[in-house]
Ligand binder design. Sequence first.
Ligand SMILES: O=C(O)c1ccccc1N[C@@H]1O[C@H](COP(=O)(O)O)[C@@H](O)[C@H]1O
Length: 203
Amino acid sequence: MTKVKICGLKNPTDIKCINTLSPDFAGFVMFFEKSHRNISVQTAQELLALLDKNIKSVAVTVSPTEEQLEQIHTLGFDYVQIHGKISEKLLSECKTPVIRAINVSGIESIGDIENLDNVKGILFDSAVPGSGKSFDWSMLEKLPKNKKMLFLAGGLTADNVAKAVAQVRPFAVDVSSGVELADKSGKDFELVRAFIENARNSK
Ligand SMILES: O=C(O)c1ccccc1N[C@@H]1O[C@H](COP(=O)(O)O)[C@@H](O)[C@H]1O
């Protein structure tokens, strides 16, 4: 069954929704103030304490520094999702298991990270992360097979997720914008419920 990651959680109501609906992964945007989903270290600590321990927690970052990666490790996240730039040294030394996010146009460079043991997953996203924009999934057909978890993200919704799963066969699907309340104050329970159901029931 395809696994589900719900991203951009930012308040206790979101956590209540997630604990009730039980996706496999829960994402928290950190150290990226440009995002309206960004949360502080203190909020992350509070929300992690409320999160059901059966749901894997993911700190979502863009070009994190060594100090930020250390803070994420100290907070006890299960994974760190890394968008943007990071040196090979920092990536290979990261103590928290990594989900490396790459823009679909960077598919050719996947070989660089394939051999790193601490990189457990590769997440394919559209050009602007968290923008709700999709991309041509057929670009993933030329993807070399490897042992990492493959996450598909970018513009997924309850309406298109079944088609995405059927075409790409990812390990997990990942959504943020597509399950957000209209005023962007948090997640919409019904949209999250429908997304998880459609992803998991997809053939
Ligand atoms: O959600 C954000 O604001 C964000 C900020 C910085 C890096 C990643 C971010 N979100 C990630 O973007 C993808 C797709 O999101 P969407 O469904 O298209 O909105 C997902 O992996 C989020 O974790």
